[in-house]
Design a binder for this molecule. Structure first.
Ligand code: UDX
Length: 438
């Protein structure tokens, strides 16, 4: 089966690599020549566990190709995936410029029927726009070729994307004809051997499913953050409450961990987008608006605790462990660390951070030299007035506390992820602050 994937970002590259891994003939296309050259050399634009090996293996076997030539690469493909970026436009809504440019390119160059699949996260109604663009491109070359559009939202978690793709909980596909349904079912058959289904539906429902899934997960997190804040006031322990409610299978024990707010490329963007889409169509998503509000204020919770402990923060220096929005990724988009750092700096404090993979990304794209970057986690502690645990990387789980204590100026730990045992830390002489616990 020959497949073309347009866009070698996070979604496109993982999709292309994993489809080639099960034996498909995949070409990944991008307009960025440097990126394509690098990929041919095995240099990946993102960090994702396991991805480099899959790319290398399938590239060397010739099943995975990289090209800047869309016209050539789509020939003979049964499906072309559009996985280009949808950056927020000036008003915050997804800018479909690149998606529609690709649709235009496919319409100009296709020579045979194919299924054109939107894989980028796009607003409900985008597949219709893609169809219109393809149609007009075909008409302007006087072609009567047929095609189908389809919507195939991705549910990949950063840091576990390869695993999620290879062993999905479910695959959602929106189709408009039996022919495209057959193509998409055949394409995904190798991934459903574990019994998880391909759920076929109409296109608008598939587009909506992506938003509803992310909005529901974000809701669980904001709800628990709100409960955590109340626990602190009432003298309850949110960890106990979490275990207590999570054992009810109707609630489930996942995505109910309180913290310092959700970040990343999906939840913040998708929650905002769904609120906006609803509003534009005369409906207020009241719950989601609160989910968003709670998340914004949750990112400030750690700073509030710092203020409460230290009072004036000017001249205070803080060690930060973790910068990325979650472990196993170098992604800094909407990371709570950025809000916390910004607040500390504005209050006259300074920060030295250590993150196992995100420091380069943080320095180049977000923070520049506003903070110091440490060699390792212990190096970050030198002369700091407190340790702030911001991202729960596995390597931060069991630190050498005597080393931590002797490096810090003050034995104070602010744990934004409830990673540490507060009883033990207090026994060791630390002041300890968690989320939703006393
Ligand atoms: C998410 C969805 O999980 C995925 O299905 C979708 O395709 C894209 O968005 P991702 O953004 O990679 O994936 O990260 P995820 O692991 O879901 O975490 C999102 C954020 O929620 C992180 O900031 C994380 O720290 C936070 N989170 C998660 C919590 O605060 N508490 C939890 O219990 C779970």
């Amino acid at each position: 089966m020959k497949i073309a994937i347009v866009g070698t970002g996070y979604v496109g590259l993982v999709t292309g690599a994993c489809l080639s891994e099960v034996g498909m003939d995949v070409t990944c296309i991008d307009v960025d020549e440097k990126k394509i050259e690098n990929l041919k050399k095995g240099i990946l634009p993102i960090y994702e566990p396991g991805l480099e090996e899959i790319v290398e293996r399938n590239f060397s076997k010739g099943r995975l190709k990289f090209s800047t030539n869309l016209a050539e690469s789509i020939q003979g493909a049964e499906a072309a995936f559009i996985a280009v970026g949808t950056p927020p436009g000036e008003d915050g809504s997804a800018d479909l410029k690149y998606v529609l440019q690709v649709a235009q390119g496919i319409g100009e160059h296709m020579q045979d029927y194919m299924v054109v699949v939107t894989k980028s996260t796009v607003p409900v109604g985008t597949a219709e726009k893609v169809r219109a663009q393809l149609k007009s491109a075909l008409e302007s070359r006087g072609s009567d070729l047929t095609f189908d559009v389809a919507s195939n939202p991705e549910f990949l978690k950063e840091g576990a994307a390869v695993d999620d793709f290879m062993k999905p909980d479910r695959i959602v596909v929106g189709v408009e004809s039996d022919r495209s349904r057959e193509t998409m079912e055949r394409l995904y058959r190798p991934f459903t051997l574990n019994g998880h289904p391909v759920i076929i539906m109409d296109i608008p429902s598939a587009e909506m499913t992506k938003y509803a899934a992310n909005a529901m997960l974000a809701t669980k997190i904001s709800f628990m953050n709100d409960v955590a804040n109340l626990c602190e006031i009432m003298g309850a322990d949110v960890n106990a409450v979490r275990r207590g409610i999570g054992s009810d299978p109707r609630i489930g024990n996942k995505f109910i961990y309180p913290g310092i707010g959700y970040g990343g490329s999906c939840f913040p963007k998708d929650v905002k987008a769904l609120i906006r889409t609803a509003r534009e169509n005369g409906h207020e998503m009241r719950i989601l608006q609160s989910v968003e509000d709670v998340n914004e204020s949750q990112k400030e919770v750690m700073f509030t605790k710092l203020k409460k402990h230290f009072g004036d923060l000017s001249g205070k220096h803080f060690a930060m462990w973790g910068l990325s929005f979650k472990p196993q990724t170098d992604d800094m988009r909407e990371a709570p660390s950025l809000v916390i750092i910004d607040q500390i700096l504005k209050a006259g404090g300074t920060v030295c951070a250590y993150d196992p993979v995100a420091m380069e990304e943080a320095q180049h794209l977000h923070l520049g030299d506003k903070i110091r970057y440490a060699e390792n986690e212990y190096d970050a502690l030198k002369d700091a007035d407190a340790l702030l645990l911001v991202t729960e990387w596995a390597e931060f789980r069991v630190p050498d506390w005597s080393k931590v204590k002797s490096s810090l100026n003050n034995a104070v730990v602010f744990d934004g992820r409830n990673l540490y045992d507060r009883v033990r830390l207090r026994e060791l002489g630390f002041d300890y602050y968690g989320i939703g616990i006393q």
